[in-house]
Structure formats: C-alpha cells, structure tokens
Design a protein around this ligand. Structure first.
Ligand code: NAD
Length: 352
C-alpha cells in the first residue's frame, strides 16, 4: 500500500432536489442575517427571485459576476457588500459567480454559501483565480473555501445542452487527473472513479432528455465528487495545458477542457494505464484516451481548438509556454510531444 496523507474538507454539503429552499436556514445556521446574493448578468432574474424569497435575510443583489474574476469587478462588489452591511454571500451560478464569492471572502472572510448551477466544481476548492491588467494569478487559502454548498439538481434542468456537455467534461478532467495525482490518497481515488462513472453514465441520458431528473442529479453528484478531488490533490499536464491555452488565446474555459481531455489522457495513459483503468471501465473501452475521444463526439462536445477560437499560428507559442516552467506529470515529455498533442487537438484529430 502506498503511503498517503488526507485532509478532509470542512465544508457542509447539502444535496438534493428542492434544497434551494433551505438557503435561508443555511444563512441563519452560519450565524448570519444579511446575505448579498451574487450572480452573472445572465442569471439576474433567478438571483433576484432567490433574494425576494429570502426576504429580510437578503441585504442586496450584485449581478456583475463575470469570467476570470477581474479584480475591478470584485472591488465593485466589495463596495456593495460594505454599503449594504451584508454579513455573508450567496453565490448563485457557475464557476464565474462562485469565483466572485471566493474573491470577496478572501478579502473580508465573510462566510459563503455557494449554489452551483454548472459542473465546474469551484465551490468545493480553496483555490481562487483572479485577473488584473490581463494577468491571471491563483491563490489558495482556507478563507476561499465556501462554508456551505447547496447542490439542487433542479437548478440545472435548464442548463443549455452545449454547456452541459463541456462543463461535465471539465468536471471529468479533475477526476481523470486525480486518478494519477502524485499526492492521491485512497479516498480521492474512490471519489474520482465514482465521479467519472456517474458523469459518463449521465451525459447520454441528458443528450436525449435534457431535464431528466435522475440524469441531472447524477451529473451534479458527479460534479461534486470531481470538484472535491480538484480541491484536494494536485493536477498535471491537462490542467496546465488548459491554463496556458485559455490564458494566452482567451479561449472559453469549459470548452478548452472538453477538447484537450482525450489528448492529455491518451498521452498520460501510455505511462500509467493501470491508474486510468477506472476511466476506461466507465467508458466501457480498452483505452481511456481513445474511448474519451469517441465518447465526447457522441455527446456533441466541441472536438477542435480551431473551432473554439484558437489561431493556427498559436500552436508553437502554446507549445513553448506549456514547457516553459517544469511541473510534475506522470509521463515526462519534451516540446515536440506537446506540440504534437496541441496540433492534434487543434485539428480535432483522434489522440495518438
Ligand atoms: P460560468 O460560471 O462562466 O457560466 C457560463 C454562463 O452560463 C454564464 O453566463 C452563466 O450565467 C450561465 N449559466 C450558469 N449556469 C446556468 C444554468 N443552470 N442555466 C443557464 N445558464 C447558466 O462557467 P463555468 O464553466 O461554470 O465556470 C468557469 C469559471 O470557473 C472559469 O473562470 C474558471 O477558471 C472557474 N473555475 C474555477 C475553479 C477553481 O477551483 N477555482 C474550478 C473550476 C472552474
């Protein structure tokens, strides 16, 4: 048995259809009485309805959350937090909204309730990525982890088909890399395998019936498991590549993960096939990387970087950046390996 260390997350997880209705109780149980409700402009209506339902427990609504957690947006939200006298936040939305809640907590330590409506998984990690002057920096701190997460699958029934698929593949990417993480432990490996199993099973159901209650519950349960392992063990090549590609070419987050995942998995599978077996088994295939490529196509995922905004003359730049700073990966690589991987992903070819 491999030696391991395990830290268990102190967050309170509330899961189930209709649990949105428990938001008020959660605010009170945190010892708070005035919540600032956060959302993107897109989810303004739902955030305002939530705040109205909270009555006196809502101090206000800030609907300016946006991608990459820009510091100037955080400062505007901070001014609203102070002006309204809010003593906690309720982040209603995907990773962008969760990110804003985390940015406020990082600065003020206000307790946070996260109510995720995508599968990104940010709500169960102590990690905050924020941007200032076009530069993205990442911090990890205990204040950043939301105290309460309410997972209500009903909030995802209307998640658009495209975002359902890419967000779920984004979640699977956390679990795939957790399977071979250097600091993995028995619990993270079990959670990763289970997260992959339920997500792989849920997506074909949701392709055929987007509001299927069991399919939506399964996908959100899988997203929780996958997010939890993202928050507890280290990631490798896949996440590094997505960070480089997203940051350099301003590519959409979940789509970038969806395109790169089969390639990164196939590359690492050559070194650690046994560790990736739970993913191959979930897919019902011999090889996880090749299996993922076919599976992603079958559920309508974007398959090529060229289709999500990457310029062809960026392949060399991306390869340079991806090997500029050394980081741990289960398989060693050089620039030509990475260039080949990015080139395959650019054109939407099957992985090598
Ligand atoms: P997002 O939060 O940007 O959401 C995309 C769009 O979909 C938004 O307009 C949003 O309002 C809308 N939307 C969300 N849920 C919806 C629903 N149920 N129905 C209809 N529309 C809905 O996208 P995301 O992929 O969830 O999050 C991406 C961001 O999260 C990135 O900035 C990424 O860096 C960050 N992230 C951070 C971590 C972390 O641990 N720090 C982990 C994963 C992702």
């Amino acid at each position: 048995m491999k030696s391991f260390e395990l830290k268990v997350s102190p967050a309170r997880i509330v899961f189930g259809p209709g649990t949105l209705g428990r938001t008020g109780d959660m605010i009170r149980e945190l010892g708070c009485s005035r919540a600032l409700v956060l959302s993107t402009p897109n989810q303004k209506g739902a955030a305002e309805t939530l705040a109205a339902g909270l009555g006196d427990l809502a101090a206000g609504v800030f609907t300016g959350a946006t991608m990459h957690t820009p510091v100037d947006v955080t400062e505007k939200a901070l001014a609203v937090l102070r002006a309204t006298g809010a003593d906690c936040t309720v982040a209603f939305g995907g990773g962008s909204t969760t990110g804003l809640g985390k940015a406020l907590a990082y600065r003020t330590d206000v307790p946070q309730i996260a109510i995720p409506t995508t599968y990104a998984g940010s709500e169960v990690t102590p990690i905050l990525g924020q941007t200032e002057g076009g530069r993205k920096t990442t911090v990890s701190d205990a204040r950043i982890l939301p105290e309460v997460v309410i997972y209500d699958p009903e909030l995802t029934y209307g998640l658009p088909a495209g975002l359902t698929v890419t967000s779920a593949l984004n979640a699977m990417a956390h679990a795939a890399e957790a399977l071979y993480a250097r600091d993995r432990n028995p619990i993270s490996s079990l959670m990763a395998a289970e997260g992959l199993r339920v997500l792989v099973a849920a997506l074909p159901v949701l392709r055929d019936e987007p509001a299927d209650p069991e399919g939506r519950s399964g996908a959100l349960y899988g997203a929780w498991l996958c997010g939890t392992v993202l928050g507890s063990v280290g990631m490798a090549l896949h996440h590094k590549l997505c960070h480089v590609l997203g940051g350099t070419f301003d590519l959409p987050h979940a789509e970038t993960h969806a395109v790169i995942l089969p390639h990164a998995v196939a590359f690492n599978e050559a070194a650690v096939p046994d560790l990736l077996k739970p993913l191959a088994q979930a897919l019902g295939t011999e090889r996880a990387g090749q299996g993922l490529h076919g599976y992603a196509a079958s559920i309508g995922a974007p398959m090529a970087l060229k289709d999500i905004g990457m310029p062809e003359n960026g392949i060399d730049q991306a390869a340079d950046l991806a090997v500029a700073n050394p980081y741990w990966n289960p398989r060693s690589f050089d620039r030509s390996d990475i260039r080949r991987l990015i080139e395959n992903a650019f054109h939407g070819r099957p992985p090598d």
